[in-house]
Design a protein around this ligand. Sequence first.
Ligand code: CA
Length: 307
Amino acid sequence: MSKQLVLMDHDGGVDDYLATMLLLTMDHVELLGIVVTPADCYVQPAVSATRKILDLMGFSHIPVAESTVRGINPFPYLYRRDSFIVDHLPILNQSETINTPLVAEPGQDFMVKVLREAIAPVTLMVTGPLTNIAVALDQAPDIEAKIQKIVWMGGALNVPGNIEKNWEPGQDGSAEWNVYWDAVSAARVWKSQIEIIMCTLDLTNNVPLTSELVQKMGRQRNYPISDLAGQCYALVIPQDYYCWDVLATAYLGHPEFYQLREWETEIITNGMSQGRTKVVAGGRKIYAMDRVDKEAFYNYILQQWAR
Ligand SMILES: [Ca+2]
């Protein structure tokens, strides 16, 4: 059986490295590359940490590309600085050299190239904003036919967003960060015919990162990947943290854990609700992950990271 072709686009948050680590454990997936978007990170340490994770897990043949796209509303620096911390974790710095190649061209150009060269349609696994895809589609409209679907952690349909109002007085609290960073690009992707499967805050709000989960990783820390995953989660445990990107990515491994539901939506690109994914009759059809078997999900990531 041929493998599922996947191109990952992440934005360098703690959660994104964990999602990468989960994707790399999926035997039925052929990962064609990783694009790092400069959103929930500082991009140089985020690219570096990503390449070191690929080295550690034995995937140093997979290329990593740095995107040079720009968003509209920057992520808080307190979130972004985690990229420096992860890049300096001892387990990722056992060697002086990095073997995983850094692509010379910008990530958005690399996305076009990978899609054009792919022998079959590719699933885009996106755990950051949709900016690269919007730029790539404008630059090379022919690639739309090479995208099988987009699986995306983003949006908030029938729950509040996650923008801190005291940091972002221009937002009414309805937006989710990956949309808010660049809502114009999300709206551009909404204009395409590509199938979109979203993991929104409606679902992730029900799947918190728990102390129990991190402690279970500690008890299997003789496995380097569990040790690294536990270290990453320990960094963020003081925050109100949920399994966002990891929950979205686990869909590729076990879609049967999830129930999907179709919605008609639009992306609000300006005013106080900019970045909102609004449910509107007659709007663009998307699928949202509506329910998940939580215990199966938690057990799955623990099992996959036992390596
Ligand atoms: Ca992310």
